[in-house]
Design a protein around this ligand. Structure first.
Ligand code: HPA
Length: 250
């Protein structure tokens, strides 16, 4: 059975224990190796594919992820829609650690990452429309599932994609805030744009891992991030269980 839906797991979601894995596939692509084998899982009647963005052992930093290989591999096996999990820092006052957020806009501050499929052997230069960087229908399904579970998710926000792997300075966060960004992460781009180039429906469920730099007293530690993510990821898994049966099989 062709899997129509993929879940890309980020920090805090290197495995999805709610998915019964029935097959692993190592896919090679013209762009190299994806971050992990594709894990095919049975979810009720459906087959859902899981890809660990940072690798199964969480060893790939954001700027080293082969986003093109990841998206290409999913497209090649027949995936049509992707729910991307993403750990983020919270900038807006209501983006406290543990909150779930569905971004509807992105500002891309990353650099030096291979960011398009449309560059070699072109018969014509191609510019995708990216006015709405996330699939509105898939976002709406996430929003409705979160409402049904009373998760109090933040339903509209702007995601700042930063280069990393370091966290930001306090002034960088103030600049992002002035730019209109509400949450900050390191992996949202070029992933979203590559999905659009391939015609995939793509939406992100962000989990706030920490207050962004300067938004709370003291240092941001990995231990704090991991602790905050644990609760958020449990809510994310509940959300997936709620939303997956509602998605049309396309
Ligand atoms: N900044 C950027 N990326 C992140 C953060 C952050 O504070 N937290 C989790 N991913």
């Amino acid at each position: 059975m062709t899997p129509a839906l993929a879940i890309i797991g980020g920090t805090g979601l290197a495995a999805l224990d709610t998915l019964t894995i029935i097959r692993r596939e190592t896919v090679s692509t013209p762009y190299g190796e994806p971050s992990s084998p594709l894990l095919y899982g049975q979810w009720g009647e459906r087959v859902v594919v899981f890809l660990a963005r940072h690798g199964l052992q969480h060893t790939l930093p954001p700027h080293r992820i082969n986003y093109r290989a990841n998206l290409w591999a999913l497209h090649r096996i027949g995936v049509k829609q992707i729910i991307a999990a993403a750990a983020v820092g919270g900038i807006r006052a209501d983006m406290e650690p543990g909150a779930l957020a569905f971004p509807d806009q992105i500002i891309d501050y990353t650099w030096g990452r291979p960011c398009t499929f449309f560059e070699d052997n072109l018969s014509q230069v191609t510019h995708i429309d990216f006015t709405e960087p996330y699939c509105p229908a898939l976002r709406q399904s996430l929003i409705e599932a979160a409402r049904a579970l009373k998760l109090n998710a933040r339903e509209s926000c702007t995601y700042a994609a930063m280069q990393g792997p370091r966290l930001e300075t306090a002034v960088e966060i103030r600049k992002l805030e002035r730019d209109g960004c509400d949450i900050v992460g390191m992996t949202g781009m070029p992933e979203a744009a590559l999905a659009r180039e391939l015609g995939l429906r793509y939406a992100t469920c962000a989990v706030v891992a920490n207050w962004a730099a300067g938004k709370a007293a003291g240092e941001i530690t990995m231990a704090d991030i991991e602790r905050n993510l644990a609760g958020g990821m449990e809510r994310l898994k509940a959300l997936l269980a709620q939303v997956i049966p509602t998605l049309e099989s396309i």
